[in-house]
Design a protein around this ligand. Sequence first.
Ligand SMILES: Nc1ncnc2c1ncn2[C@@H]1O[C@H](COP(=O)(O)OP(=O)(O)O)[C@@H](O)[C@H]1O
Ligand SMILES: [Mg+2]
Length: 245
Amino acid sequence: MLLLKKITLIRGNRRILDELNLSVKPAEIHSILGVNGTGKSTLAYAIMGLPEYKIQSGKILFNGKDIAALNMTERAKLGITLGWQEPVRFEGITVYEYLMLAQRDKQEKIMPAECLTKVGLDEKRYLFREIDDTLSGGERKRIELAAILAQRPKLAILDEPDSGIDALSFEQIKDVILTLAANGSSVILITHHEQMAAIADRSSVLCAGKILKTSIPEEVTRFFRNHCQPCTHVNQPEIEVVKND
Ligand SMILES: Nc1ncnc2c1ncn2[C@@H]1O[C@H](COP(=O)(O)OP(=O)(O)O)[C@@H](O)[C@H]1O
Ligand SMILES: [Mg+2]
């Protein structure tokens, strides 16, 4: 359903993504394992189409259509969602309304209370609370994840759901991701933890902007342990960009 063909993203004189290839199947959980600074978030933003993350070359095929020229809103309309960025503020509406809004195009609704429980928020305390500045960053992130559960996107990109302040427990994250996949979403699960990568159907190792290996998680984590720890690439001198003249 998602096919990345030789995507390259250049910043200054560095190839942050370097002719990267990746495929994600329908309803597949695909984990991306990589050390810090190797390009994981950049990859997430490039797939989502954030303004500063337009690729310089390559193809981003989403259900057969090249979406590289589409902006973030257009990609969101196709069913691509990015989690764990700073959650969007829907000031003034309640959590309940927000979680209903997230699934307005779905005939079968998932009860907002159910989504909140999955992300570890007590429905009694949060369901009818207004979304405003009194919510902490961690609470906002959880509500955003609950909205992804309600929304059931075609592709959910989760950037290190296991890190940051007030992160969900491993079991909670696993439950959320398995629920997403069970409801038909493909999930790109970005992490630098082997244990988290292991819950996927397939896993890929990202190193210095390239996918080095894609396989079942057991093989990929073994590869990661043998080749990426300690990392010998990311902190090396900058990779020269080949100039075409
Ligand atoms: N806006 C930017 N300008 C220049 N370099 C950047 C920018 N954003 C990220 N980078 C660099 O790109 C590399 C990959 O970053 P990132 O995708 O955040 O890695 P990861 O998520 O794997 O930790 C890092 O070396 C980082 O310093
Ligand atoms: Mg990152």
